[in-house]
Design a protein around this ligand. Sequence first.
Ligand SMILES: [Zn+2]
Length: 51
Amino acid sequence: MRVPAYHSSNQSDPDIHHNHSDCPTGQQIPAHNKLDGTGGYPRCKQCVSKG
Ligand SMILES: [Zn+2]
């Protein structure tokens, strides 16, 4: 489902943000690395295709 934008604080993760809780890439971000907002990054392609 659609959620507010979030991204990873981990430098080794791709420079993208997510807005779906069921995004496979977004789900790989551990809770302690999850930050609110876009981080100024473009939206993840998988999230874009989910709408
Ligand atoms: Zn995503």
